[in-house]
Design a protein around this ligand. Structure first.
Ligand code: PLP
Length: 396
């Protein structure tokens, strides 16, 4: 099909040309004497993205899932009691991994479209007077439903209960796109991947670890090898890795971090919020459709999951958009398969890219007989983007 595929899945995201060029390199010697001159500043600057001064960031070959595994195996032991809630496919997969690692999982099931039930967490933490809960897990941004949760609120609940449990956050589809404050929120393990807000190819698990969590590796009984923090700590200190690092991705990561810090994190977050709000207005006010996220407090600035009306199949929307208009949208996963389709609005995006996909979705919906008026969503987004443009420029 002529033209470019419009990639609007919630990761992997569009890679800006200069980052793609940064990755397009010859192989290099990862044991070169001057390699640390490249890696050591990179390790430091990554901490700015997580907003941590006291934590340490590890770069594992892998994806976000590998980052989860690294976080769990380095800091916990089989049988440890952990608290988590499930409200989408990714929080579900984290529960599944915890169970496979034989942790004692207290999982609170929440309706899909809502997020972490902070008050319920607070009650459980308060009731845990023997401090048996070793860890609290939270998915910051549930990519399957487009729901963002209140991590600062979980920290408040832990502090109010004077509870020592460590806080683990899945930031795979939030970090580098939605504000994330590791130190301020007292996050002990924050997991991300290269292919979303970092605008890189898939291939790196990016894991930030607090000093408390680093300490926990001395007592954690889980078997680990490839993901062992200890090996990373020893070799990273000299600017090297315990095994062959993905050097091209690391070079790309340098470009990504420079791009994010160059734009300014606050501007990056404001841009994502503005891009997302235009999409939300198109969906709700233009097309009259519902978001899967039940209330504005859950709205995600990186992905919108959109409900199709009863009697229609969202998988058909995704398929039709792909074959007819060369647009990649996110499918509905698991419980919401057939019910929602998703527009990813994270990474390197601007207004006209979003207007293109909104137009394509409108054509798709109309082709399939879903009653939306031509131009209705696009008009909402046009006006929103046009009238808020000055604000973004002032902030930039
Ligand atoms: N967590 C969230 C919130 C995600 O969106 C994803 C992937 O989309 C993952 C975890 C799994 O990450 P990966 O696919 O990089 O292993």
């Amino acid at each position: 099909m002529a033209g470019r595929n419009a990639l609007f899945i919630p990761g992997p995201t569009n890679i800006p040309d200069h980052i793609r060029s940064a990755v397009d390199l010859s192989m290099e010697d990862m044991r070169a004497p001057d390699f640390p001159e490249f890696t050591l500043p990179l390790f430091q600057d990554l901490k700015k993205i997580f907003k941590t001064e006291t934590g340490q960031v590890f770069l594992f070959p892998g994806s976000g899932t590998g980052g989860w595994e690294a976080a769990i195996t380095n800091t916990l032991s089989p049988g440890d009691k952990v608290l988590i809630s499930r409200f989408g496919q990714f929080s579900h997969l984290w529960v599944d991994m915890l169970e496979r690692f034989k942790l004692d999982v207290d999982c609170i099931d929440v309706e899909w479209g809502e997020g972490v039930p902070v008050e319920e967490f607070a009650k459980r933490l308060e009731a845990d007077t023997n401090k048996e809960i070793k860890a609290v897990f939270a998915c910051h941004n549930e990519t399957a439903t487009g729901v963002t949760s209140d991590i600062a609120g979980i920290r408040k609940a832990l502090d109010a209960a004077d509870h020592p449990a460590m806080l683990y956050v899945d930031g795979v589809s939030s970090i580098a796109s939605i504000d994330f404050c590791m130190d301020e929120w007292g996050v002990d393990l924050a997991v991300s991947g290269s292919q979303k807000g970092f605008m890189l190819p898939t291939g790196l698990a990016i894991v930030a670890v607090s000093q408390k969590a680093l300490e926990a590796r001395h007592t954690a009984q889980h078997t680990r090898c490839f993901f062992d923090f200890e090996d990373m700590i020893k070799t990273n200190a000299q600017g090297y890795f315990p095994y062959t690092p993905a050097t091209t991705l690391l070079r790309g990561l340098r470009a990504s971090v420079d791009t994010l810090l160059g734009e300014g994190l606050d501007n990056v977050f404001a841009r994502h919020n503005r891009m997302a709000e235009g999409v939300r207005r198109a969906v709700t006010e233009g097309w009259g459709l519902d978001l899967c996220a039940k209330e504005p407090k859950w709205y995600s600035d990186t992905v919108s999951a959109i409900c199709v009306p009863e009697g229609f199949d969202s998988a058909e929307v995704v398929r039709h958009a792909y074959y007819e208009y060369n647009i990649s949208l996110g499918v509905g996963l698991s419980k919401v398969a057939g019910k929602v389709f998703r527009i990813g609005h994270l990474g390197s995006l601007n207004e006209t890219m979003l207007l293109g996909v909104l137009g394509g979705v409108e054509m798709t919906l109309r082709d399939l007989g879903i009653p939306v008026e031509a131009g209705s969503g696009v008009a909402q987004a046009v006006d929103y983007y046009r009238t808020t443009r000055g604000q973004a420029l002032a902030a930039a």
